[in-house]
Design a binder for this molecule. Structure first.
Ligand SMILES: NC(=O)c1ccc[n+]([C@@H]2O[C@H](COP(=O)([O-])OP(=O)(O)OC[C@H]3O[C@@H](n4cnc5c(N)ncnc54)[C@H](OP(=O)(O)O)[C@@H]3O)[C@@H](O)[C@H]2O)c1
Length: 181
């Protein structure tokens, strides 16, 4: 169960109303944006879009030693010197995103198993459980790390065909309201 009883917004001096008025891109331009799953089809476009706008970006990959998957990110590092940092993080490991998230204002959570039917043996185990666990892991880090003002979750139109969105919403509904819109 996603339990966020000790949410930091009770002890913090943040001003959620002011940050809630800003778009994620405006917030990102104030500091560093984290994009999870930088090796992914959608995430690398988000990384590139942010870099093109002059924003400093951090991204995560499942394995830093996977040369094939990291190569496009290394190419972006060469194109935007000093603007892109790459960290290793796994959706299935608690606290895995803490280091990458420190100092970030905005988190774009894009990493998620996105498999074609032939890759799926057990939909719950292969897709739903890692997606839920990963979302919970990222949100728990965002709730603890003081710099984070906004979390942007990537979803899919396929959610309409499942009960997964209600399932996630039920689990995160106790999260800090100021990072959710
Ligand atoms: N593609 C579309 O047309 C589309 C449309 C609408 C919405 N979306 C949504 O956008 C999101 C991303 O889709 P995508 O097409 O970009 O998928 P993708 O190319 O398969 O990328 C998925 C990313 O998630 C990472 N990932 C998966 N399991 C992980 C784990 N246990 N730990 C860490 N990273 C993990 C993958 O890392 P590895 O590279 O190491 O596997 C990869 O970086 C999904 O939520 C999807 O529903 C996609």
């Amino acid at each position: 169960m996603f339990d966020i009883q000790n949410s930091r917004h009770k002890q913090t001096t943040l001003q959620p109303t002011a940050s809630a008025d800003r778009t994620p891109l405006q917030l990102a331009s104030m500091s560093i944006a984290l994009v999870t799953g930088g090796t992914g089809f959608i995430a690398i476009y988000v990384v590139k879009l942010l870099l093109d706008r002059g924003i400093s970006v951090r991204t995560t990959v499942r394995r830093l030693d996977d040369r094939t998957k990291c190569q496009p990110l290394w190419a972006l590092q060469a194109e935007f010197p000093g603007k892109l940092e790459i960290f290793q993080a796994d959706l299935l490991k608690d606290g895995s995103f803490n280091q990458a998230m420190q100092g970030c204002h905005v988190v774009y959570h894009v990493a998620s198993p996105f498999l074609v039917p032939s890759q799926i043996k057990d939909g719950i185990k292969d897709c739903v459980e890692p997606a839920l666990k990963g979302t919970r892991t990222v949100l728990e880090s965002a709730d603890r790390i003081q710099s984070v003002r906004r979390v942007v979750l990537t979803s899919s139109s396929t959610r309409r065909f499942t009960h997964s969105v209600k399932h996630i919403a039920d689990r995160v509904s106790h999260s800090r309201s100021d990072v959710w819109r």
